[in-house]
Design a protein around this ligand. Structure first.
Ligand code: PLP
Length: 499
């Protein structure tokens, strides 16, 4: 046996390293949750980070990976820190991470049934459970093809693309085999939808013309009063509209489209109705907030990221279809070496690779299922209620200060706000100021927040992803921003007061 190979597979070394790593991660969890670790992000600029790792890569080989792991931890963003309020990624529930370690070790690439026997069956259970929460109620009378079904895939971006490909497969023209031909296809979507919908449409060859972006109202929700005219104009211009996407919710402001109205419009024109609930889908588990997603039960497909609101490590996206049979139409390739082609259609639920982009596919369902089996839906409900509640608390704190502007009452845990100061400043001055506040907060590292642009104005933005964040954390964030803004404004001349 080659000694390096023997060492790489040594059970004793694995046991020792594994125990040490879990100890290290548990210490890190304790230190971040308790705020002992001061910074939510130990920010380094990209060149500094690259130089560090380049120097590291030139060091002699390690006997023990622990110093390397410790260094990676020290130089990474701390999602478990209660002052992590940055992007929409979960501070992972530790048991789900253990599920991840397990599945990465087993490496049952589950596209083919026998390469993922546990994973494929568990995936079906996770999908059917999620479908019930969406409100896709299987009836006794329905055939298997009419029951809800779906797949797990690698991220909301791929999930949305997959659902739109399924929508296109329903067209009379067989685009899969014959291409678009002279047909000009189009989808309808809010101008505030996540950019991955635009990207999906372009990947599908729809081009700029084929993405009908509907303007939004003052709450950044799709203007349903414009749907009919947009559709008729598109038809008159020779476009075949085949799908409409509702956001539950949008990424920048967390706004929920009126999914009931969009669903009714889709039915009226026989369009595929897709709901992008990548972020907001967690609310299906919350009796308090599920009303935000009302109308989703009418959708043909819904995407939910379990790695956003539901504490599972990335990536774990469910694409749930109202009718399982639709999922089998997305990709129509034959791969003789992978599947015996005797079983086809909805009966063949267990070869999930037939219905996903991935060929080798990791067992993401196990991570979700681990949480389901340990804590039931209560964990998901508690997380969503806590985080959405924090969003409302933060909005109240912002409103109490005249120095900040809030573009509207938030509907969930995504809140945009903007420092406006007590004196009058130009839009450009305020944009620069808010950008500088975001940069300064990044360099300081005690709070991790992000920024966005709403109607040409720069806003600060928090995604309250950590259930350990408290009202005190939020108050101290606003205090910090105010103090920093005062220091910056001391060097800026306000506009003269209006007569
Ligand atoms: C509404 C929405 N859709 C899609 C995505 C993309 O999901 P992913 O990052 O899992 O690809 C996001 C990500 O923030 C999102 O907020």
């Amino acid at each position: 046996m080659n000694p390096t190979l023997a060492q790489a597979y040594s059970p004793d070394a694995f046991r020792q390293m594994g125990h040490a790593l879990i100890d290290q991660l548990a210490d890190q969890l304790e230190a971040t949750l308790s705020r002992q670790t001061g910074q939510a992000i130990p920010y380094h600029d990209p060149d500094t980070a690259f130089a560090h790792w380049q120097a590291d890569s030139q060091q002699p080989l390690l006997d023990d990976p622990m110093p390397l792991f410790a260094d990676i931890i020290a130089r990474s963003t701390r999602l478990h820190h209660p002052r992590y309020m940055g992007h929409q990624v979960s501070p992972v529930a530790p048991a789900a991470a253990l599920g991840g370690l397990l599945t990465e070790f087993l490496n049952n690439g589950s596209a083919v049934y026998e390469m993922g026997m546990a994973g494929n069956a568990i995936e079906r259970i996770v999908i059917e459970h999620t479908a019930r929460h969406i409100g896709y109620v299987p009836t006794d009378a329905a055939t298997p093809a009419e029951q809800p079904g779906g797949i797990i895939t690698s991220g909301g971006t791929l999930g949305n693309l997959t659902a739109l490909l399924t929508a296109r497969a329903r067209l009379p023209q067989d685009v899969w085999h014959e291409g678009n031909g002279s047909q000009k296809l189009a989808i309808m979507v809010s101008a505030e939808a996540h950019y991955c919908i635009d990207r999906a449409a372009r990947i599908m060859g729809l081009g700029e013309m084929g993405i009908l972006k509907i303007p939004t109202d003052e709450q950044f929700k799709l203007r349903t009063d414009l749907l009919e005219a947009t559709y008729l104009n598109a038809r008159a211009a020779g476009l075949t509209v085949f799908a409409i996407v509702g956001s539950g919710c949008t990424t920048s402001t967390g706004s929920h489209d009126d999914l009931t109205a969009i669903g009714a419009f889709a039915r009226q024109h026989n369009l595929w109705f897709h709901v992008d609930a990548a972020h907001g889908g967690g609310a299906f588990f919350s009796p308090t907030y599920r009303h935000l997603l009302a109308g989703s039960e009418q959708a043909d497909s819904v995407v939910i990221d379990y790695h956003k609101m539901l504490m599972v490590p990335a990536l774990a996206t469910v694409v749930v279809y109202k009718r399982a049979a639709d999922s089998h139409r997305t990709f129509q390739q034959r791969a003789q070496y992978l599947w015996d082609n005797h079983t086809t259609g909805a009966a063949d639920w267990y070869n999930t690779g037939k219905r996903t982009f991935e060929c080798t596919k990791f067992m993401a369902a196990v991570k979700v299922y681990t949480l389901m089996r340990l804590y039931g839906d209560e964990l998901f409900r508690a997380n969503v209620d806590t985080l959405y509640g924090l969003g409302h608390t933060f909005a109240r704190l912002v409103r109490q200060r005249l120095t900040f502007d809030l573009p509207g009452e938030p509907e969930c845990n995504l809140v945009c706000f903007r420092y406006v100061g007590a004196a009058r400043f130009s839009d450009e001055q305020l944009n620069n100021l808010n950008q500088q506040l975001r940069t300064d907060s990044l360099n300081d590292g005690r709070f991790y927040i992000v920024q966005t642009t709403l109607r040409h104005q720069t806003y600060l933005r928090v995604s309250l992803m950590n259930p350990f964040t408290t009202e005190t954390d939020l108050t101290e964030l606003l205090d910090w921003l105010e103090q920093r803004a005062d220091a910056l404004l001391a060097q800026t001349d306000p506009l003269p007061n209006q007569p």
